[in-house]
Design a protein around this ligand. Sequence first.
Ligand code: PLP
Length: 401
Amino acid sequence: MRDLFAKCGEEGGYFSALRMQRDRYFTLPILEGMPGPHMVFQGRKVIQWAINNYLGLVGRPELIETAREAAARWGVGAPMGSRFMTGNTERHTELERRLARFSAKESAILFNYGYLGVIGTITSMIGKDDVIVIDKFSHASMMDAAFATRQFIPFRHNDMVSLERALRRASRDREGGVLVVVEGVYGMTGDLADLPGIIELKKHYGARLYVDDAHGFGVMGKGGGGIGFHYGLQDEIDIYFGTFAKAFAAIGGFSSADDTVVEYIRYNARTQIFAKSLPMVVVEVLIKAIDIVESEPKLVEKLWENARKLQNGLRELGFDLGNTASPVTPVYIPAADLETAIRFIHKMRDEKGIFVSGVMYPVVPKGVLLCRMIPTAAHTEEDIEITLKAFREVRDEMGLW
Ligand SMILES: Cc1ncc(COP(=O)(O)O)c(C=O)c1O
């Protein structure tokens, strides 16, 4: 018999070596200053490429002013209680109307964290006879939702043959429904869900489609409407999901769908029914953020201009960016070698003043190692030039690319 806590002093679990060293460099680093392209890390000014502030909205004066006014009026606690009981307001409902319109769906429901939104939405839809068919590269929140239901079949990442096999299996002696679960833009690798292929198959097998567009909402398609707009297939997404923690620079998330579906989620998503309502400050800031995104299409254009410049520059230098087709910019480490990744990140941060993050298992599958960069609308041409120069120097110093 062992004490429950014995494991805490031993190797094991996620990021074991880093935990044992009490690392604060690769994990839990402290970046100082307003989140944006220019921050301070360990006393040094850095150009920061690791935060999903896609449209550069963090720190926008209008949003800060809106938050200030809302906090002066409501404090940070209001409204109190769950939406279900005492925490509902006309402004929460208004924000849901705006999100439904933005994502071209009948209705939307708010969640306090994207993570909780994913879990609440998916688990509420899966009854005892239903099955989830899920892309293996899906974000942890989606996998956790699938694990919670225990009724899921994974398929190989973006592989339509594997998806069809999973759908066929799910259809054998089928009594309930099938929910295909994918990301719109894969957050670590930047590639896009093959929505045309997925939609053809889900129709053929009478399944429904849930798309987590955490990295596509505010980023992809005209006006940043999302991955469905990118493909011209928004109507075919049965449940669309977005988070506010990335392009919209706040916190929370939403699902949007047909009105009856949203109403069902509203009454069945445990992560929202049993949680306090999103604070007024956040609700007001989000309504303002949607105003900004809708009235300033140049933000999405600037994001893409910067993403193209950065990605073209890195590719010209010989770096492997895989098959990203979004602003998410993964720089793959040759042979997925951990020592190389550590040296590379140290050189970038400590010698060149470029803050990039390393990504390893369990964030990506075992055997994959990458530095993920997120260009934003707030980065300048000079930031990109300085960064590319640093990459060229480090490439030459390390001789690996
Ligand atoms: C695909 C995906 N879904 C959900 C989430 C969770 O969102 P949040 O950070 O708003 O909780 C993330 C965040 O990283 C994500 O990338």
